[in-house]
Each structure stands twice: as structure tokens, then as C-alpha cells.
Ligand binder design. Structure first.
Ligand SMILES: Nc1ncnc2c1ncn2[C@@H]1O[C@H](COP(=O)(O)OP(=O)(O)O)[C@@H](O)[C@H]1O
Ligand SMILES: [Mg+2]
Length: 489
């Protein structure tokens, strides 16, 4: 192999390579005695030899003016061609392999004269790392040709972010992960902003995969309606406080009314309305309660009909083989979205605290559009503790606070066209900003950079596989395919 260590510059190690078929993101191994230093290429440049530009220029002039008079008895031109073709691979040390085990040690520099250097494939690297789990979700390819699977366990108990520009493949990947989780019998809740997760159980030809029956799509106000008694006081109070900004005094009266009608066995929307009218209280307080009552009523999210109400606890109890509950938020007004999310999350945590349901993976697309500010931290701290493991999908990386990024375990990064997004993401991620910036910029379509726990903290460039599912959730267009065909004809 024609690569050599050139020098160390700050924490970069520069390697000279000629005719070596390596790319940004690939790994290199430098062996010296029993130790091996693992390097990752994150940037490339040309060798900057003194006078090389002048020489190139001279050769150009010569070959243009003196055609046919090419004499080079010592074959010097091929040497200079070699030098000119020489690339510098800018690398970062990622760890040390000693006795077959990888550790994050990078506090030594191999000798320039006595070390041997070679390419190492991600698969070989993995053999020196204890596996994260045995439930594999096939995701794509590494080193252009080797299969890469993610351990489902790497998402379990963890926070994951999938980000990149529009149309880069984020939802595509999220669907693959979701199907994988379903195959292993996990429970997921999906906040589906573009109504595209309904097909996650189907194959491309429309037939059902083994998990099709585990995917349940509910539209708020239609299949998804709650009754006051199945939701309970806490989620409703949380909705009134956070989504409908009900003042404290009114809220206290509301709780009294609730308790009173509950003790009489009249806990229903109808019972609530009557009680608000008859309740002895300040008129302003009554008005405040009344206004909220009407918002709840007109949202269509509540029903008194026992057959039409959705019960989250029963949903889990009746599905032993795992399930994905897809909340289809596409056509839902922003206020209703926030109300549904508030109630579902609050109910979820209540049930998890009581250990009434198993842990749940929460897949949230563009969560900043419906998740209130204070929920973010709650999700990554308290809620994670009780068993909500979030996967945030967004094309607006700045919608996620830096504080949150610091707690994230796994990041899937797709390409960004926008410099500001790229800087933000590179600073927020768990590897040095330089690496992320340089690699993400070069990512081809359908390729992402995986950072963090799921990659054993070795940044991995993954070419994501196609997903065997009907395409859905495509952005509506005015000019469809038909027009295109006509134009071609
Ligand atoms: N790895 C992939 N292989 C093949 N097609 C892909 C891949 N990733 C994404 N696509 C396709 O590209 C389009 C955009 O992907 P999508 O996941 O919807 O993007 P995003 O959610 O980032 O906006 C979709 O039609 C999707 O099917
Ligand atoms: Mg998407």
C-alpha cells in the first residue's frame, strides 16, 4: 500500500497517499509493534511541494510548443506525475487497538519510519468492539459494499436525532428504523406531520409485510377521540395549562368541578358543561372555564360515547406483539396538534410511571411545531427515565436547542446545503466540528454520517439502502409527472 505518515499538525495526522482508492470517512490503521492507531480520513488535499506549480506550468508550455520532441530518458516526468498525483489525507485519530480491543486512547504518535499503515474496513474495526446488541436493523452499506446493521439496542433508552436538508432521506431512514423496531416487538408512537408513516408495514408492491398488522393510524378528532374519564385529570389539566393557557384561579375551580362530577359519577363533557354553568364562582372564572370548555368541545378531541373513545392503556394491553401508533397530524390545526400531543405525552408518562405500559419509542417529525418548549428537556431527562425514547427528525437543526444536542446519544446527519445549518450541526455533534463539517459537506445523496453511541463513537459514513415500502407523503405538486411526459414526447 502506498501510504505514508507525513506529519502531525495539531491533532491532525497527515498521510500521503498515491493511487490509493480511499475516501473521506474511511479508516486507516497505523501499526507499530503491538499497538495500532485508528485514523479516520476527514479531508483531502494535494501535496504542496515547493515549486510544483511552476513545474506544472513549465510542462504545459513545453508540451504545447514542442509537440513530438518528447524525450525523457530518466522517466522523470512519471516521477513528477506521481508527485503531482499524490494526495494528502487529513486524518483524526479515533482510538487504539491493543490486544484485539479498541479503546479511545489517542495519546501516542506512531513512528514515521517504523510504522506500517493500511486501510481498515469498518467490519474489521467492529470485530475489535463488543457488539451493542443482537437485534439487527439493516440500514445500508459502509465502505461502499459491506452491509451495515444498526443494533436496535442502540436506540433503546437513548435519544436519537436524524437531521439534514429537505428530501435528503430522513423520513426514509426513520421508517426503516420504525419497521425494524416493530419486527422486534417494540412499541412506538409516531407524530406524523406529513401523513407518511401509514405505509410503514407495507411492501413496495402494496402487499403486507409481517408487521403490517401492528401499525395503527389514528387521526385526531376522527378515530382518535378521548373521554374525560379514560384520559383522567392530570392530562386534561396539563392541556388546559399549557395548550390553552388557563389561569391558575380558574384551574383550581376546574379541578373542584372535576372532582365533584366525578364523585357523582357524571364525568363527561355534558356533565362538565352543566357543572360549569351551575357552579358558584366568580363570573370571570366561569367565563374562563366556559371558553376552555368550548375549545375542547369544538376541537372534536373529546367524546362521551364509550365506543368511540380511544384508551391508550388498553391499546398497549391488547397488542402483545408490539405496535406502532401513528398519530396522523397532517390535516390537523396547530392548536389541535398541540393539544393532542400534550395529552398523549402526559398520559403516556402517567402510565409509564405506574408501570402500566412498556417503554415506548417516540418518533417525532419536526417536533418544534407542536412540542412546547418545556417538553424538550422533560423528554430527554424525566421522560427518558420512565421509558420514552425519542427519535427527533428535522430539517431545521436550529429548532433543537444546544442543550438538547449535548444529551443526544445518536445523530444521523445527512447533507446540508446551508452553511449556517452545517456550522450549527457540526458544533452540536459529539465529534470535533472540523470532521463533521468536512465529511457532511461531501456526503452524496442517500448517504448519512452516523455519530455517537450507535456507531461506537467511530463516525461512520453509511449509504442508506432503498426501503421496500410504497412511497407516500410526497410533497404535493402542481406540475405532476403527466406534464413531464408530455413535454418529453
Ligand atoms: N436510501 C435511499 N434509497 C432510495 N431512495 C431514497 C433513499 N432515501 C430517500 N429516498 C427517497 O428520496 C425521497 C426523499 O426522502 P425523504 O426521506 O422523504 O426525505 P426527507 O424526509 O429528508 O425530506 C423519497 O422519495 C425517498 O423515497
Ligand atoms: Mg421527511
Amino acid at each position: 500500500m502506498r501510504i505514508r505518515i507525513l506529519k502531525k499538525e495539531a491533532d491532525n495526522i497527515l498521510v500521503a497517499a498515491s493511487k490509493e482508492n480511499v475516501r473521506v470517512g474511511d479508516y486507516i490503521l497505523v501499526s507499530e509493534g503491538a499497538r495500532r492507531l485508528v485514523l479516520q480520513i476527514y479531508d483531502e488535499r494535494y501535496l504542496d511541494v515547493e515549486g510544483i506549480e511552476e513545474e506544472i506550468a513549465r510542462e504545459e508550455v513545453l508540451s504545447a510548443s514542442a509537440q513530438g520532441v518528447v524525450e525523457d530518458p530518466l522517466d522523470l516526468s512519471s516521477v513528477s506525475t506521481l508527485i503531482r498525483d499524490m494526495r494528502i489525507l487529513v486524518c483524526k485519530a479515533r482510538g487504539t487497538i491493543e490486544k484485539g480491543r479498541l479503546s479511545p486512547r489517542i495519546d501516542w504518535v506512531p513512528s514515521r519510519a517504523n510504522s506500517k499503515i493500511s486501510r481498515i474496513m469498518v467490519n474489521e474495526l467492529s470485530s475489535s468492539i463488543a457488539p451493542l446488541g443482537r437485534r439487527k436493523i439493516k440500514v445500508g452499506k459502509v465502505d461502499s459494499s459491506f452491509d451495515f446493521s444498526l443494533a436496535a439496542e442502540a436506540l433503546d433508552g437513548r435519544i436519537t436525532v436524524i437531521t439534514g436538508r429537505k428530501e435528503s432521506g430522513k423520513s426514509h431512514l426513520a421508517k426503516m428504523l420504525l419497521r425494524g423496531l416493530l419486527e422486534y416487538g417494540a412499541y412506538s408512537l409516531v407524530f406524523d406531520l406529513n401523513d407518511e408513516y401509514d405505509t410503514v408495514g407495507l411492501r413496495e408492491d402494496g402487499t403486507k409485510s409481517s408487521v403490517a398488522g401492528r401499525v395503527v393510524v389514528l387521526r385526531p378528532g376522527r378515530e382518535l377521540r378521548f373521554s374525560l374519564s379514560s384520559v383522567g385529570l392530570r392530562p386534561v389539566v396539563s392541556l388546559l395549562t399549557h395548550s390553552l393557557e388557563m389561569p391558575g384561579t380558574s384551574l383550581r375551580e376546574f379541578v373542584k368541578i372535576w372532582e365533584s362530577i366525578q364523585s357523582r359519577g357524571e364525568l363527561s363533557m355534558r356533565g362538565l358543561e352543566e357543572a360549569i354553568q351551575q357552579w358558584r364562582c366568580n363570573e370571570l372564572v366561569r367565563d374562563a372555564m366556559h371558553a376552555r370548555y368550548h375549545t375542547l368541545l369544538s376541537s372534536g378531541l373529546f367524546t362521551d360515547s364509550p365506543e368511540r373513545q380511544f384508551d391508550l392503556e388498553k391499546f398497549f394491553a391488547s397488542r402483545e406483539e408490539g405496535a406502532a401508533l401513528v398519530l396522523s397530524l397532517g390535516g390537523v390545526s396547530p392548536l389541535n396538534r398541540r393539544m393532542v400531543v400534550e395529552m398523549i405525552l402526559s398520559k403516556l408518562v402517567e402510565l409509564l410511571e405506574q408501570r402500566a405500559i412498556p417503554p415506548v419509542f417516540l418518533l417525532a417529525e419536526e417536533a418544534h411545531l407542536y412540542l412546547r418548549e418545556t417538553y424538550w428537556e422533560d423528554l430527554i431527562t424525566r421522560m427518558r427515565h420512565f421509558g420514552v425514547f425519542s427519535i427527533f427528525v428535522t430539517n431545521q437543526p436550529d429548532a433543537i436547542d444546544q442543550k438538547i444536542y449535548r444529551q443526544v446519544d445518536n445523530i444521523f446527519l445527512y447533507n446540508f446545503s446551508n452553511e449556517a445549518d452545517l456550522s450549527l450541526v457540526s458544533q452540536a455533534s459529539m465529534v470535533d466540528a472540523e470532521t463533521v463539517r468536512a465529511i457532511v459537506r461531501t456526503l452524496p445523496p442517500h448517504t448519512c454520517l452516523l455519530l455517537g453511541h450507535a456507531a461506537n463513537n467511530l463516525p461512520l459514513v453509511i449509504g442508506v439502502n432503498p426501503f421496500d415500502s410504497p412511497s407516500s407523503g410526497v410533497t404535493r405538486r402542481f406540475f405532476g409527472d403527466i406534464d413531464l411526459q408530455r413535454m418529453v414526447e
